[in-house]
Design a protein around this ligand. Sequence first.
Ligand SMILES: C[S@@+](CC[C@H](N)C(=O)[O-])C[C@H]1O[C@@H](n2cnc3c(N)ncnc32)[C@H](O)[C@@H]1O
Length: 252
Amino acid sequence: MPHPHMVYIKTNLQLPKEIRAVQQGRHISGPVPVMNPGAIGAQVVDERGNPLPPEAHEGPSGADKYQDPEVAESYDAKRENTVKHQEEQVIIEEWLSELPQGNWVMDCPVGTGRFIPFYHEHGLLCRAVDKSRAMLEKAAAKVAEGQHISFNEGNVLDLAGAGFMENSVDAAIMIRLTRWLSPEQCVQAYAQLMRVARKQVIITMRVTEGHPHVRGYDLVEAALHNSGWQIGRNLGIPSDQGYRIVEFVPCG
Ligand SMILES: C[S@@+](CC[C@H](N)C(=O)[O-])C[C@H]1O[C@@H](n2cnc3c(N)ncnc32)[C@H](O)[C@@H]1O
């Protein structure tokens, strides 16, 4: 049985000394089939409806910049005081606070861990995943004594590879990532989140037409099709209705 006052960390990161590192493992073993976006209708097409190869619309991710410790170091200072950050923080925390204490939230990408203090205050347990070790190290520094959290270096497009079984968490959130994923990858990521979550998925996305980072409702529809999930809530932030916070919930 996990000790109630011990922090459980599955990681090979250099963590602050006060955090007790314990190999957790048991609840996240075993492979999970990875959803193939092609199988759920995701396709990027040209104006005539012909499928486009990924290299025609993906471009380099750019998200590799988050591997840089200097980028990780300055991340919070650049965002924490912005209206967008604060407004989305309020909405997401409000939705997550409806979960009962003791529920598990998978936060991918956790980034520098903006919700980690909230999880602790609300008694939510967290599995934090990010591709960047530098960002995970910043996130780990926000862990409170006695907080239950695990950290994994992993890719949202392969949560099985990060050790996540189907239905293994209560909620899964993916905040501020869609712009770094191609449209096809967004569909794949949404499917991955719905696979690991039992009750709730929360994502953010830009729907403004013509915006360079637009990831529209067509991608959500492709992922939801035949998934057994549907849109729950869908809210624009007060200062920008083109930036949406969208919840998926199981049908019925
Ligand atoms: C803009 S930050 C968002 C972090 C956090 N969710 C927030 O709202 O502050 C993007 C993060 O996504 C991570 N990332 C990029 N591609 C990823 C992927 N395919 N899987 C997991 N993490 C990824 C980056 O390392 C970076 O930490």
